[in-house]
Design a protein around this ligand. Sequence first.
Ligand code: UTP
Length: 410
Amino acid sequence: MLTYEAAKELLEKFGQEHLLKYYDEISDEEKAELLAQIELIDFSVLENLREENRFTAARGKFEPLGAVTIKDIENNSQKYNSAGIDAIKNGKVAAVLLAGGQGTRLGFDKPKGMFNVGVSKELYIFQCLINNLREVVDKSGAWVPLYIMTSEKNNNDTIAFLEEKDYFGYNKDYVKFFVQDMAPSVDYNGKIYMESRSRISISPNGNGGWFSSLVRAGLLDEIKDNGIEWINVFAVDNVLQRIADPLYVGAVISSGLQSGSKVVSKAGPDERVGVLCLEDGAPSIVEYYEMTEEMRTLIDENGELAYKYGVILNYLFSVDKLETILNDKLPVHVVEKKIPYMDENGNFIKPEKPNGHKFETLVLDMVHMQDSCLAYEVDRRKEFAPIKNASGVDSVDSARELLKENGIQL
Ligand code: UTP
């Protein structure tokens, strides 16, 4: 365990001595807790604040990437469906629900999956997702193992809620939880925030660490022992999300490519969505803010946007490949967020506006570590209803509308 002197020396090296400002005033137990937190901080993430270390500075050469279109999928539906159902029936497919985020934009205090989108009845986000997955269970006759990633901030609430709701009818023997890592949050001057006199402000470090966290939780052995070959990773907030979708699984397996990503046709050149493309010949996702005007508006030989396919955070990765990239470093993104903190007068503040940075690795960067990726087009009105905001774009209101359009009673 770190001593006070060693902690002080370490913090001085990184210009973070203020974390010990209240050390003399806190109890022995709090002192130990604070030193333990300092010991766990990965200070190297702070390096990413320096402009020259920003990830966006070093991107390769982008080129458009085509997709299997909705039409192609219709034409091959029997073939894809039987390949997918076969894989699911044989226990080769598992799902990973990324539910470690804080959902700050939605402004809901509990885990996002506990949000009730129902109007005249209860319909929780977790329930929507589980209902969708149960359709696949009904079709294939096999339970799909579901691994849920939480963070230390929402793990207990998530488990208690799903227990209380009896996993919305899912077989709980097939549900496992694992907890992701955390990273410190900083103000605009790069100083780590404190939450109280003895607690450092830490937050989930992005969804990119899902596989390493799953491995650390000891779940890889059972995945391999059970013969799982494919993992479908998806976000908690898309209530129309199809999980372990047999057609998608079948299309990726039949294509012989190493991975898959569901995509939607962009609503227009300025839609703020990451686009699946090629970067230096390998699959990659270019964020909307990284695209030049020329890339955004480029038209292909069919008169359509060349960079057309937006990602919806639904990927299919092979376990074999995931193992080979386990120790490869993902880029760290510096993200502007609202960070609750303790001000200089000792008051706990929940800011209304972004007030600093968090450090996150992102699952989308794993796509660039794949040799190949099948872009699989889906109809956004049937499969894409993200709940990011309380109102407006990608909100509770827009998701409700889409749920209703798909015949789901609210
Ligand atoms: P978002 O990028 O929407 O982040 O996450 P968020 O933290 O949930 O929400 P905001 O930005 O604060 O409003 C996309 C998906 O990745 C998961 C989220 O739970 C969601 O399913 N995620 C995000 C994690 O699992 N861990 C993280 O650290 C961040």
